[in-house]
Design a protein. Structure first.
Ligand SMILES: *[C@@H]1O[C@H](CO)[C@@H](O)[C@H](O)[C@H]1NC(C)=O
Ligand SMILES: *[C@@H]1O[C@H](CO)[C@@H](O)[C@H](O)[C@H]1NC(C)=O
Ligand SMILES: *[C@@H]1O[C@H](CO)[C@@H](O)[C@H](O)[C@H]1NC(C)=O
Length: 405
């Protein structure tokens, strides 16, 4: 989802003097080290060996429902993080999608905001300030781990908020689309990946490393993103062979991969214009599972099309024998959310072998009084969450752990 993060209003935290480390060491080829071999990976999630279209979670092959909570590592207050995690755990969620990026070009303009990295003309700096730096993501990862919850961590944003592609191109040159092939930008992006992956790679609280939130390259050949996704995912596997890697895309299809070309397309969902070919990217050996998102109204479709989109991605997952995840789906507050999303969830549970789905997004009122001001949030302790959250979690968990369609 885009355009949401800047809507979050936090109480402004007191800002200490920024402590940064200098530019990271140059990239070296990494092979699994002695440490890697000693990591106890028995509780790590992976693609199931018994049913390759599903995940093994806490040692068990199962379908699951999770939720997005992009803000968890950007909350300045420990108490807010603990409360949010407690509410998500009480809903039954075992997997959350949380932003693993936070980049600014000018730390002096980030008053009170949490950020993990600064990119500017003098270098690349990681923010070790305990009140607004990487310590905040450390706290979120630890809080999740305590509750047996795992995180999907996207390492970049397509959009400008909180560390997007343009925070790289602003410094390393070129435009958004050029990012994918800009050697300097890619070196800095990989240095950031290395920083995050090495920090948490022994943690069982990581579900997967994700290349980017909703990467697109409008007007580009699909090969641009496929090559980038292939290189980057292989790089992550070289740092950490034990966790899964996902792309984080919206799952755009092409006329070929969707089968019949619909004549009602208003969003380039089927034209390939976005430079993303879901099927081609899912075939990359170092991408463990497919992701797709769904905003039927923003994309110009009706609600019932949602089930078609789900079935189309399920069919491609089946053809490639990999899990697929409906990683974001949402309907604005004020509409009949149970009436619209219920049938999609029913499609996932009863008519497909989509391995997991993740609601956009979880909402709660934090002890500090702030909350994610997002029109799509489904709030803790509401009847809507009881149905679309808690009940759906149960339905997915109860589904027999075998992929049938
Ligand atoms: C770049 O950012 C770092 C960290 O915030 C800062 O110390 C440095 O002065 C900045 N350089 C420029 C040229 O603004
Ligand atoms: C929804 O849209 C699809 C095409 O996008 C169309 O085939 C279908 O008839 C529509 N359904 C309703 C209920 O309008
Ligand atoms: C849930 O909501 C009800 C009524 O709005 C309230 O009385 C109750 O304290 C809430 N429970 C929690 C745990 O927030």
């Amino acid at each position: 989802m885009y355009l949401l993060s800047q809507l979050l209003l936090f109480a402004v935290a007191a800002v200490d003097v920024l402590h940064v480390h200098g530019a990271p060491t140059p990239l070296e080829d990494s092979k699994p080290s002695e440490l890697d071999r000693r990591i106890d990976t028995t509780s790590f999630s992976r693609v199931s060996t018994t049913s390759k279209r599903l995940f093994q979670l806490a040692g068990k092959t199962q379908y699951f429902a999770g939720t997005n909570a992009w803000w968890l590592g950007h909350l300045p207050s420990n108490q807010d993080v603990d409360t949010a995690v407690a509410h998500m755990a009480a809903t039954g969620y075992k997997v959350l999608r949380v932003w693993g990026f936070g980049t600014t070009n000018d730390a002096s303009k980030s008053s009170g905001d949490v950020y993990y990295q600064v990119l500017n003309s003098s270098g690349q700096y990681f923010n070790y300030n305990p009140s607004n730096g990487i310590a905040r993501l450390d706290y979120a990862v630890a809080a999740a781990q305590k509750k047996g919850i795992q995180l999907i961590l996207p390492l970049l944003n397509n959009y400008d908020d909180l560390g997007g592609i343009n925070t790289y191109t602003n410094v390393y040159g070129g435009d958004h689309n050029g990012f994918y092939t800009n050697a300097k930008a890619q070196a800095a992006y990989k240095a950031y990946i290395k920083f995050i992956v090495n920090r948490y790679k022994s943690s069982p609280a990581i579900f997967s490393w994700e290349l980017c939130n909703e990467p697109v390259c409008p007007g580009c050949a699909a090969s641009v993103i496929t090559k980038w996704a292939s290189d980057t995912s292989a790089y992550i596997k070289s740092l950490d062979p034990h966790h899964m890697v996902s792309l984080g895309d919206e799952g755009w299809l092409t006329a070929t991969s969707a089968g019949t070309v619909p004549n009602y397309d208003q969003s380039h969902a089927y034209t390939g214009y976005n430079g993303v070919d879901f099927q081609r990217n899912l075939a990359i050996p170092t991408i463990d599972y497919g992701t797709f998102h769904m905003y039927y109204d923003l994309w110009g479709y009706n609600a019932s099309w949602g089930s078609t989109w789900i079935a189309q991605h399920n069919a491609i997952g089946k053809a490639l024998n990999k899990p697929v995840m409906l990683e974001e789906y949402a309907v604005k507050d004020g509409l009949d959310r149970v009436g619209i999303m219920g049938p999609w969830q029913e499609t996932v549970v009863k008519k497909t072998s989509v391995a997991a789905d993740m609601l956009w997004q979880f909402g709660t009122v934090f002890p500090s009084g702030s909350r994610p001001l997002d029109d799509y949030a489904v709030y803790w302790n509401t009847s809507t969450l009881a149905v679309l959250g808690a009940q759906h979690v149960k339905d997915m968990a109860a589904k027999a752990a075998v992929a049938t369609v």
